[in-house]
Write a protein of this length. Structure first.
Ligand code: GAF
Length: 388
């Protein structure tokens, strides 16, 4: 986690010398359940020990925000009443959360904020959700009397993506960042929003991320197209079954998908096929975890990778290569993590194979792409909170 004193020193330097309160929120991993959140399915994320840390303080103005992104050395001032909001993409997360909080009735006024992060950007570990929930946590404390619920904080983060950043995302990332708990994964039913904490300490195995360093960016990417494809399939199924209730692919069966195969076209069919399979895999993984059957968990992870690569088409050459190396090294499970289009693979590796896997992956990847993948050992940490 980022050192509080580091953030504080910048906050003092860039504003009026006064200190504020410090908040932090993590990025996330996801064991399984990819692109299921906006399809009303299940996800299996956990918060990580890396995230965003911000110092914040009301500045006494009606609606002027003074913001400093420490890592980028970039300062942006803007007014909350400006309907266009700031141009800098990082500042739009601050603007978006503040606007969404105002919609919730929180009397957000002007404030100063400086923030830094150690969650890698564009690695698919949800640095944007970490920002949103960190800023939400701060605004809730400073202007909201901490009355905004955890769910409303997560939903404000998601609405920020939709309304100010152009990403029509699901709720997984913001949920994981707000609700995370050290040592636990969380199984969330994205339709009912019920969730349960799953202590995750796989005896004899560890989780490691390999970052391809291919920058994953969801804004303006085909991420929204994937969602549209899924929604299109649901529309067709609903039209065929006026007696039923079809909100998302969660409500659809394999048989119903086959019925609309010809009318929705190959591409949308493949997208929905992946989602229905993934829905089943998350439940299989839950059973396997309950039985301590990590080999089964791993098998599902490989299947997910295949589906994400071939049917959902959100992989890239580098991620497929990392997956191949994992198989060669007899890694238990490996797959793309997060939205895709770059970023990391998540790998479930037996302790005795770990060293060889990492060394082989570094060597082979470097030979092919001229640089090593970055390696992040996963430590499952706590969610959004005030530090001081
Ligand atoms: C991104 C999105 F933000 C999430 O909502 C989720 O859809 C994920 O991609 C894929 O599972 O992280």
């Amino acid at each position: 986690m980022i050192d509080i004193e580091f953030v504080r020193s910048r906050f003092i330097k860039h504003f009026d010398g006064k200190t504020g309160n410090v908040y932090t929120s993590p990025g996330r991993i996801n064991l399984i359940g990819e692109h299921t959140d906006y399809n009303g399915g299940f996800v299996f994320p956990g918060a990580v020990d890396k995230g965003i840390t911000a110092e914040m303080r009301a500045n006494g103005t009606e609606d002027t925000v003074m913001a400093y992104a420490i890592d980028l050395k970039d300062r942006v001032d803007f007014k909350l009443s400006d309907p266009a909001g700031p141009k800098a993409s990082w500042a739009r997360y601050i603007y978006g959360i503040a606007k969404e909080f105002q919609k919730l009735g929180v009397p957000v006024k002007g404030f100063n904020i400086a923030f830094a992060g150690d969650v890698p950007l564009g690695a698919g570990m949800s640095s944007s959700a970490a920002m949103e929930s960190c800023f939400a946590c701060g605004l809730n404390d400073i202007f909201g009397d901490n009355k905004v619920s955890q769910w409303d904080m997560a939903l404000a983060g998601q609405a920020t993506e939709h309304n100010y950043c152009g990403v029509n995302c699901g709720i997984m990332d913001q949920f994981a960042s707000v609700f995370g708990k050290a040592g636990c994964l969380m199984r969330l039913d994205c339709r009912s929003r019920e969730f349960e904490y799953f202590p995750f300490k796989p005896d004899g195995y560890r989780l490691v991320l390999l970052d391809s360093v291919v920058k994953h960016q969801l804004a303006g990417s085909p991420y929204n197209d994937r969602r549209n494809s899924c929604e299109n399939v649901v529309k067709h199924i609903a039209a065929k079954h006026p007696e039923g209730q079809f909100e998302t692919l969660r409500d659809c069966t394999w048989e119903q998908l086959e019925e609309v195969k010809d009318e929705v076209g190959t591409e949308d069919y493949m997208r929905a096929k992946f989602v229905l399979g993934e829905k089943d895999r998350v439940l299989a993984v839950c059973d396997a975890l309950n039985e301590g059957d990590y080999e089964k968990v791993g098998e599902m992870m490989y299947k997910t990778h295949e589906g994400l690569s071939k049917d959902y088409e959100v992989s890239c050459e580098e991620l497929d290569y990392l997956n191949d190396i994992a198989r060669e090294c007899e890694v238990t499970g490996s797959r793309i993590m997060g939205g895709g289009f770059g970023g990391c693979t998540i790998n479930l590796v037996r302790n005795d194979l770990y060293k060889n896997f990492i060394a082989t992956a570094k060597k082979k990847f470097n030979e092919k792409y001229g640089h090593e993948p970055k390696v992040y050992d996963v430590v499952i940490g706590d969610g959004s909170r005030r530090l001081c």
